[in-house]
Design a protein around this ligand. Sequence first.
Ligand SMILES: *[C@@H]1O[C@H](CO)[C@@H](O)[C@H](O)[C@H]1NC(C)=O
Ligand SMILES: *[C@@H]1O[C@H](CO)[C@@H](O)[C@H](O)[C@H]1NC(C)=O
Length: 332
Amino acid sequence: MSNNPPVKISDARPRLRQLLALISMFGTPVVGAIAALHIARKGSRITRFLLLLVILYAQVDKTHEQGGRKLGWIRKLFSWKLCADYFPMALYKTAELKPNRPHVFGYHPHGVIGLGVVIAIGSDALGVKDLFPGVTIRPGTLEINFQIPFIREILLNCGFVSVNESALDAVLSNNESVLVAVGGAAEALDSVPGTNKLTLYSRHGFVRLALRHGAALVPMFGFGESDLFEQVDNREGTWIRWFQENFKEWATFSPLIPYGRYGILPYRRPVTVVVGAPIDLPKVENPTEDEVRKWHRVYMSSLRSLFDAHKEELLPHRTSDLEFADQVVAKL
Ligand SMILES: *[C@@H]1O[C@H](CO)[C@@H](O)[C@H](O)[C@H]1NC(C)=O
Ligand SMILES: *[C@@H]1O[C@H](CO)[C@@H](O)[C@H](O)[C@H]1NC(C)=O
């Protein structure tokens, strides 16, 4: 316990700085895209040629499937700290992790963009390095993100890798750790403020991955992640939902129509990322369905306990508890 009473900041300037930091960090890709379009249309031969090279390089380089790049300077930018304070966002652990051993972290819920992953794990803003010394956590993101020039460099610098199974294998073989937002694009479609609807019953791949490497499974919950954006009403049965589901099958990502503060920014609502206790798994080269199911159940119950232990304190305004979108399907 600290003796100092919390200081209330009534000054408007920190809030403005936080807002500008958020816009600059998440607006950078947009500026890059506009610049690239401008070069493509109006650039000289030389600049167009360079643009072509950069685009080609993004298609052939496979660093994101080969263990990723050394964590770099972009993670250390002070603007990440301001971004975290915008919500504000915090990161807590409930147990220690073994250094230099592989872990498979599951992050829930995915939310619209998984800002808890980007800021708490993809940057040093909340001190993840000091919280877990000797544990390098590499978040997995869609392959397609690494085919976009410039954005891929930012992602690689921040430690991201492809969620492709062989890409995750490469990381774990180095005794580094991976983080997977298990529910993925399907869960993103269900992200609605006040709720925590997961797609997890039918997702077993991350458990099999951990078993094959003898990696510890670590549940992680982003309390407030789903409060950051509203979405255009896409409940089951609406034509928007029908379109989104079909588009997702084809494109691997969901065409979401989120909105928030000033239209496109996330709301200023608290997000608390809590890292649960590791579940030690045996190393099994070729796990059977039964073994995978068994550990999946252990993981689910550990995640439930993590949610229940903190929900009253961290989500007092929730409208529902943990729900599972794929529960019925899995029981058939
Ligand atoms: C995953 O990576 C492997 C090896 O790099 C590659 O052969 C495979 O096509 C990739 N799979 C997908 C779905 O991208
Ligand atoms: C990973 O850790 C294990 C156990 O400590 C060790 O035997 C192995 O050599 C390490 N592998 C690498 C690539 O560091």
